[in-house]
Structures are given as structure tokens and as C-alpha cells.
Design a protein around this ligand. Structure first.
Ligand code: ADP
Ligand code: MG
Length: 610
């Protein structure tokens, strides 16, 4: 997983040394203005721009500011490394010259990962595991869907999860802990210094404990006196394990905080209930959290999908996942969430050993025909085989006064309705995140060889503003192991405007035709719940498409998102991307915009670093 915003630049080399950079520039001819970008080893998230001028090398460090912008010391801030390089290709603004010729990586040369890249990945995993008690697939899905948000969280709170962090203990207590047990050189711990919110590092050397104050500058960066500055304490610690930076010796093994080790994760009591959050009032939402979770939750952070019960309800698999639900465990509310010709969907509560779960109950009309009942059984059978955070889970069937399909509750309702009634408070970035989640759910279906056949914004339900789930498996089919499409014998009441040409012409349904529907769903989402092919009838759409037309981009829709839609609408299903590819596109765009911040203008000339 690469979340490096420079990762896709052809003149970016990753974590190569200064000498290697100069070697590359020499090989490329040493012409004036030849340049490359590499990762900075000193400031995390920063880069170095290496330029040739007059047969000499000039290296400029590009710092990542706390607000997420990038700038060369004294220069203007830019929202990303690409934008920064583009700026300096037009205006030297203090550099020796403009960037004239990119020194391109040869095709067989990969971007070299930095020490911190793999570390960050491990931190992410550890953090997700500790904070939400997730493992396996659920953990992977959490990380893929929320990587940018998680990285921001980790930057501010990760040290609290580290074994070497001892919290608020006195200098004497720090010494006592270091002296207990073996006393190798480099054994260390980090503690809070006092009420000021600053930290101290205590370490063992020659059977003596040394204390260092960790400095924090005005912008919040941490360092040893005169040392390299870092955005986070844990990055500083990792760096000091490699370089002593003024300490008597590099850091060695952690003096483990036994109180923190085996610290119970903040779950499940920390999960927020009341997941109906259109905009959950902060106080009410926070009251469902344990004190430990409150402390680690920055006050203004958005609810993440993992904060909700519905991300991974199977802490106790026997508890929740049963096919037959006894009627007495089910409370059915009068409130109707929606309705269709099968009957209606009601709000309800399911009693389980570990508490109550909010559920949505699809209740079949009592005067139902045999056929409708069979349809619902088929829907249940499909849902029973699926388990993914971005797909509405079935909790079971209850056969009582009516046949009832009990599902996880997605209380913020269908995506199209949510967006059209919350136009002002939902950003494009938010929509990108949600559609990325939908692509993850669809990729899961594609992997499991299921076709949905009714993917549309009305069938994407929201748990809250940041968490989407695919629903309505009424038309879905499981494909045979050797089949890659389902052939419908007769055309039914079909959502023609969401269907790919091969569905309409040949009744052939596959994951590729779901990809087409995903494109239409994206269009609906980016137009805030607009109606696709507005004035056209379903049957007219086919001619419109055959003539090579496609819907226009919704107003304000990011260009890259509109180009994903157009890929989904490639006429021939063979050339159309699959969900593996679509999810990749959604992910890379989601990551790239979540990293950026709005630039603010400051003037000044840049200076090369010595
Ligand atoms: P249909 O086949 O009639 O389209 P759906 O499964 O799409 O049936 O459900 C109809 C409506 O019921 C949805 O549009 C939604 O408003 C509501 N609904 C269905 N499932 C849920 C759920 N799990 N959580 C919340 N609301 C739901
Ligand atoms: Mg529906």
C-alpha cells in the first residue's frame, strides 16, 4: 500500500541517498535544470528536490507543514509535491533555476521504500488492532478504506499505544522502572514531564539513568536539543534507535510499561451506539464512549466506520450469526424505513447475549404468494454467504406472523436521498470516500463470484455520513464456479438506466455489468442524488448509448472521478475494467485528496540546505 503523494511522479525515486541522487543526475547528462525528487530522511513526509545547475548539484529540502502543505524553506506552500514541482518549473522563486528537465526513473526501477514506510504500515495495523479490536479481513478493510484518516490519527496519539510510553510518572519512578530487571545500554522509556504536555526520555547507559527533555517547537514538532525534528514522538523514537542525535548512545530495547501492556482495547464498550448520525451531537455521541476512548479521540474527529457496531459485529460469532431467529428475541417498531411490493422494512431491535442490536426487518406481506416468499428466501440465502463491512449483513430469518429478513441497520438511509437532503454539509471528498467503500464492497462480491444486478444509489445505504453499505440483494445471483455471467431467461422489471448494453441486449449479467451500474451510481452520488438520463425513458437510453453518447459530468465533479465513470461505461464488457481495477482507481484518488490541505500564501525566497 503506497500512500506517498509523490508515489506516482515519474521523477520520484523514493528513499535514495544524496550520493545516489547525484549518480542518477550524472547518468542523465547533467544538463541545466535537470531535476529529481527523493524522500527526505530527516523530516517525515518531506522530500528533497535535487537540481543540476552549471555542472553542480543543488539540494533543496521540501518540508511537510503541519497543515499538510509542502514548501521549500522560505518559499510558497503547495498542496502536494506534484503541484510544488509544477510551480518551480515555471518560476525559480529563489532556486538556482527553474525545473526544466525531469530525470526520469527507468521503467525497471521501483520507488525505493523508506525506513518509515514499512514502520508506518505496522503502526497502522497495530493501532487498528488495539483501538477497534479488529483482525484479519476486517482489519484489512478498515485500513484500506480509512488509511489517510488513520495516518492523521496515528500522528497525534500513537505513542500512547507504544510499550515504551509510561504516561505521567515522576523522574524517580522512571528511574525505578529502568533499574528494575536487566540494565542494558540503551534501555529507555518516554514519560510525560509535567502538566505542560511535554515529554522526557529516560535511558540507561553504563548502569546509570540519563534524562533528556524532548523539545517541542512552535509548530508542534518534536526533537532532541539541536536534533532533527519530527511530527510525532514515535517517529523521533524510531529515529533515535538508528542515530543517537546527541544522546549518549542510540536507543535500544524498550523498558516495557507493564500497565500498558495487555491494556484492554477500547472495545466493544467504546463503540458508539446511536449510529443514526446525520450529524451526531458531539456530547451525546461521546457519552457512549469509555473514558479511555474519549481520551484518545480528538474532539473534532469524524466518526469512522470502525467506530460503529456494524463494522464487525462478529466478536462472538455464535451470538449474532444465526439463521433462525426466535420471535421472542425480536422487537418490531411501528416505524417503517421503506417499502416495496414485497411488503415493508421496519425498524427493530434484536436481543442477543451481549446486548441489543438495532436492526432493519424486511417484513413480507401476509397475503404473499408463494413466489414472493421464495424470492425472499433466495435473497436471504445470498446475504447469508456474505460478510463484508461495506455490505449490509443479514442477521437471520424469522418465520412468525410473517416471514421476516433481519438485517443490520443502516439508519441514515439510501445514499441518493441522503445526498439530496444534505447537499450543503456533504463535501466531494466525503462522497469520494463513500464511493470508495462501495467499490470495496463490490470488489468483495466480484471475488466471491456474485452478481448484484441492482446496484444503484437507492440501494446503497448509509450507517452515517462516513459509512456506506450495499444492500438489496433481491435480484442477486451466485455464479457457478465456471461461469462468469448469469443469463436471465426473461426480462423482468429491470432498472434499465443502470444496466449495461449486454444486459439489455443479451440478458447477460456479470461483475462487469455491475461495474457499469457502479458508474451510474457514481454519477448519482456526485450529482447529489440526481436522476440519471433525466428526461429519457429507459428504452431511449439504449439508443443514446449505442450512438456513443454518455451522461455529462455532474457539476463540480472531480475530473478523475468522471473519467472513472466513463471507464465503467465502456461499451464492450471485455474492455471495461473489473472491480479490482475500479477499486484501485477509487483508492488512489481517495488517498490523494485526503492528504492535501488548502495552501495559504506566504512570500519569500527559498534557500538551499547545506
Ligand atoms: P426493494 O427490493 O423494495 O428495493 P430494499 O431492500 O431496497 O427493497 O429496501 C427498501 C427500503 O427499505 C430501502 O430503500 C431503505 O429505505 C429501507 N431499508 C432496507 N434495508 C435497510 C437497512 N438494512 N437499514 C435501514 N433501512 C433499510
Ligand atoms: Mg431497493
Amino acid at each position: 500500500m503506497s500512500t506517498d503523494p509523490a508515489g506516482e511522479l515519474p521523477f520520484y525515486y523514493g528513499s535514495i541517498s544524496r550520493t545516489d541522487a547525484e549518480q542518477q543526475l550524472k547518468l542523465a547528462g547533467m544538463v541545466d535544470g535537470l531535476f529529481l525528487l527523493r524522500q527526505c530522511l530527516r523530516s517525515l513526509g518531506g522530500y528533497v528536490l535535487s537540481i543540476v545547475w552549471n555542472l553542480e548539484f543543488h539540494h533543496y529540502s521540501v518540508e511537510k507543514q503541519l497543515n499538510g502543505t509542502y514548501c521549500i524553506a522560505g518559499g510558497k506552500p503547495h498542496c502536494g509535491p506534484a503541484e510544488l514541482c509544477e510551480f518551480y518549473s515555471k518560476d525559480p522563486d529563489g532556486l538556482v533555476c527553474t525545473l526544466r528537465k525531469p530525470c526520469l526513473r527507468s521503467p525497471d526501477m521501483l520507488v525505493k521504500p523508506g525506513v518509515f514506510d514499512s514502520l508506518r504500515e505496522n503502526m497502522l495495523r497495530e493501532y487498528v488492532k488495539q483501538t477497534w479490536n479488529l483482525e484479519g479481513d476486517a482489519m484489512e478493510q478498515a485500513i484500506i478504506s480509512q488509511a489517510p484518516q488513520l495516518e492523521k490519527l496515528i500522528a497525534t496519539t500513537a505513542h500512547e499505544k507504544m510499550p515504551w510510553y509510561h504516561g505521567k510518572i515522576s523522574r524517580q519512578e522512571g528511574e525505578r522502572r529502568l533499574y528494575s530487571g536487566v540494565q542494558p545500554d540503551g534501555k529507555f522509556l518516554v514519560r510525560d514531564r509535567d502538566e505542560s504536555g511535554t515529554f522526557a526520555l529516560s535511558m540507561m547507559y553504563g548502569k546509570t539513568v540519563y534524562h533528556y527533555q524532548i523539545l517541542q517547537d512552535k509548530s508542534g514538532k518534536f526533537s532532541m536539543p539541536e536534533g532533527t525534528k519530527f511530527d510525532t514522538i514515535w517517529q523521533l523514537v524510531e529515529y533515535l534507535k538508528m542515530k543517537n542525535d546527541g544522546l549518549v548512545v542510540v536507543l535500544g530495547e524498550a523498558c516495557v510499561n507493564s500497565k500498558a501492556a495487555g491494556k484492554t482495547p477500547n472495545l466493544p464498550s467504546a463503540r458508539r451506539h446511536g449510529t443514526n448520525g446525520y450529524t451526531p451531537p458531539p456530547k451525546a455521541a461521546a457519552s457512549a464512549l469509555s473514558p479511555a476512548a474519549m481520551a484518545s479521540l480528538p474532539p473534532d474527529r469524524d466518526l469512522l466506520p470502525m467506530d460503529c457496531d456494524g463494522f464487525n459485529p462478529y466478536h462472538n460469532p455464535n451470538d449474532v450469526k444465526r439463521f433462525n431467529i426466535k420471535r421472542n428475541l425480536l422487537l418490531i417498531d411501528e416505524l417503517e424505513l421503506g417499502s416495496g411490493n414485497f411488503g415493508c422494512v421496519r425498524k427493530g431491535v434484536l436481543k442477543t447475549d451481549s446486548g441489543q442490536i438495532d436492526v432493519a426487518i424486511k417484513v413480507l406481506k401476509s397475503d404473499n404468494e408463494k413466489l414472493v416468499k421464495e424470492e425472499m428466501m433466495r435473497e436471504a440465502e445470498i446475504m447469508h454467504q456474505l460478510d463484508n463491512p461495506f455490505i449490509v449483513r443479514m442477521l437471520g430469518l424469522c418465520n412468525a406472523e410473517n416471514l421476516m429478513l433481519v438485517m443490520e441497520m443502516a439508519s441514515a438511509g439510501p445514499l441518493n436521498k441522503f445526498l439530496s437532503s444534505n447537499k450543503d454539509s456533504v463535501t466531494m471528498e466525503n462522497i469520494v470516500g463513500l464511493m470508495h467503500q462501495v467499490s470495496m464492497g463490490m470488489k468483495y462480491l466480484e471475488d466471491k463470484n456474485f452478481v448484484h444486478r441492482d446496484l444503484a444509489a437507492r440501494n446503497v445505504l448509509l450507517v452515517n455520513k462516513q459509512f456506506a453499505k450495499i444492500s438489496d440483494f433481491g435480484l442477486s445471483k451466485a455464479l457457478g464456479a465456471d461461469d462468469n455471467y448469469y443469463k436471465a431467461r426473461t426480462a423482468g422489471k429491470w432498472p434499465l438506466k443502470w444496466y449495461a448494453p449486454e444486459c439489455i441486449k443479451f440478458h447477460k449479467f456479470s461483475s462487469k455489468s455491475d461495474v457499469w451500474s457502479f458508474g451510474v451510481t457514481m454519477w448519482e452520488a456526485f450529482s447529489y442524488g440526481g436522476k440519471p438520463y433525466k428526461k429519457m425513458k429507459g428504452t431511449e437510453v439504449m439508443n443514446f448509448l449505442m450512438d456513443g453518447h454518455r451522461m455529462d459530468s455532474p457539476a463540480g465533479c472531480p475530473e478523475r472521478m468522471y473519467s472513472v465513470m466513463n471507464e465503467c461505461w465502456i461499451y464492450s464488457h471485455e474492455e471495461r475494467p473489473d472491480f479490482m481495477k475500479v477499486e484501485e482507481s477509487m483508492r488512489s484518488y481517495h488517498y490523494s485528496i485526503s492528504k492535501k490541505a488548502k495552501p495559504e500564501a506566504t512570500a519569500g525566497a527559498a534557500e538551499p540546505i547545506k
